[in-house]
Design a binder for this molecule. Structure first.
Ligand code: CA2
Length: 148
């Protein structure tokens, strides 16, 4: 792993503006700034992207697979519906940690199913924005384990 790509899906650009009781009060920019600083301190590069469009996320997962970058993916609502994202992960060989801010299993039943989890390296959810920090730690630990 040379780099980490943090990919956020639909509506996550609204973080910090509404529903703070579910998603917290930090904006996506707040979270991204913190993650970039964390990665820098660990000697890694970290790139953040957000899109409301499924195809953008497919393109970016494929790109990360080609670059052998670790991916932290919060696919938002596409988590529960997108065969295209699942195929992009399995087809590109990208190493993906699926993250969610909320504990989706404590919410509506339509959020309990993830099409992504079976092809992800692991899943971290329910810790608010800390889920992303934990995913960085997981990718770093996995890369160190692979080296040794
Ligand atoms: O908990 C998560 O991270 C989710 O991926 C967030 C998605 C939701 O569809 C998933 O089931 C779980 C929704 C993101 C929408 O974010 C908003 C933030 C502020 C205001 C409105 C929406």
């Amino acid at each position: 792993m040379q780099a980490i790509h943090v990919l956020n899906g639909p509506n996550l650009n609204l973080l910090g503006t509404r529903e703070p009781q579910i998603y917290g009060s930090e904006t996506l920019a707040d979270i991204e700034t913190r993650l970039v600083a964390k990665a820098k301190a660990l000697g890694l590069t970290l790139e953040c992207r957000q899109s409301n469009h499924e195809g953008d996320l497919v393109d970016w997962i494929q790109e990360a697979g080609r670059a052998d970058a670790g991916v932290i993916l919060n696919a938002g609502a596409y988590t529960h519906t997108s065969v295209a994202l699942r195929d992009a992960i399995s087809g590109s060989g990208a190493h993906v940690i699926e993250v969610h801010l909320s504990n989706v299993h404590a919410r509506e039943s339509f959020r309990h199913r993830s099409l992504i989890s079976p092809v992800a390296r692991g899943v971290i959810l329910g810790f608010g924005s800390l889920s992303y920090d934990l995913a960085v730690d997981a990718l770093v630990a996995l890369a160190a384990k692979k080296k040794s």
